[in-house]
Design a protein around this ligand. Structure first.
Ligand code: CTP
Length: 211
């Protein structure tokens, strides 16, 4: 199967030397890409800026902003049978992007005006067709309700939810403790390495394949 995977954070520039972003390391998405390629799938990985080596036998497309990532996903979507959105897409971008470095001057306060970035899953929902969509939900509270809301609103077949405040889960660690929701069930997994979580997600994806 052709599988499209997104990974890492996006960066939303403020001026030539600054950006807004988040703590995503890209490890979960890269582990998924490596595991899927080893299973013999054709894998395209759309990656935000991360410090990880490209996985073997994976085509990597590098992007920076949420808008870049949306454009790359749209371009690659046609050929894929499944999309796994593991990227931590930045939700906000500065309204004004300075062409020059913003100078500190003598100001004692600085207010940034932000506008939403495009929501990739919501934007491509109408092109879904028979494809399987898998999303992630990184939450600090109301995990189950938030995961179920995103599953519905973002046209997902599966959503992999984790409490990023739990020990050994979330950002910048090798392990994760996740619950996989579909429309009818929830499967709580133990603390696993991100590679093991990737294998469990791919098992579910392959079991649910429509084509
Ligand atoms: N996502 C996306 N486009 C965005 C933001 C998120 O496609 N602009 C995807 C993520 O890759 C993930 C899923 O949507 O698979 C949920 O992301 P998350 O950040 O948990 O949710 P948000 O939509 O940002 O909602 P909230 O701010 O309410 O948590």
């Amino acid at each position: 199967m052709n599988i499209l995977i997104t990974a890492g954070p996006t960066r939303e520039p403020l001026d030539p030397v600054r950006f807004l972003s988040n703590r995503s390391s890209g490890r979960m998405g890269y582990a998924l890409a490596a595991a899927a390629a080893e299973r013999g799938h054709d894998v395209t990985l759309i990656s935000g800026p991360v410090a990880l080596p490209p996985p073997k036998d994976v085509q990597v497309v590098r992007v920076v902003t949420a808008a870049d990532m949306l454009a790359a996903v749209k371009l690659q979507l046609k050929k894929c049978g499944a999309l796994i959105m593991a990227a931590a897409v930045a939700d906000w971008r500065p309204v004004h992007v300075g062409k020059r470095k913003l100078k500190k001057g003598r100001q004692q306060r600085m207010t940034l005006e932000l506008k939403p970035t495009p929501d990739i899953l919501t934007s491509i929902g109408r092109f879904k067709g028979q494809r399987i969509f898998v999303g992630f939900a990184a939450e600090t509270h109301n995990l189950r309700n938030e995961a179920k809301r995103k599953l519905r609103e973002k046209h997902l077949d599966l959503i992999v939810a984790n409490d990023v405040t739990a020990p050994g889960a979330g950002f910048e660690v090798e392990t994760n403790r996740v619950t996989i929701f579909d429309a009818h069930s929830e499967e709580q997994l133990p603390l696993l390495t991100k590679r093991e979580v990737a294998e469990r997600i791919l098992d579910r994806l392959e079991a649910g394949r429509k084509t």
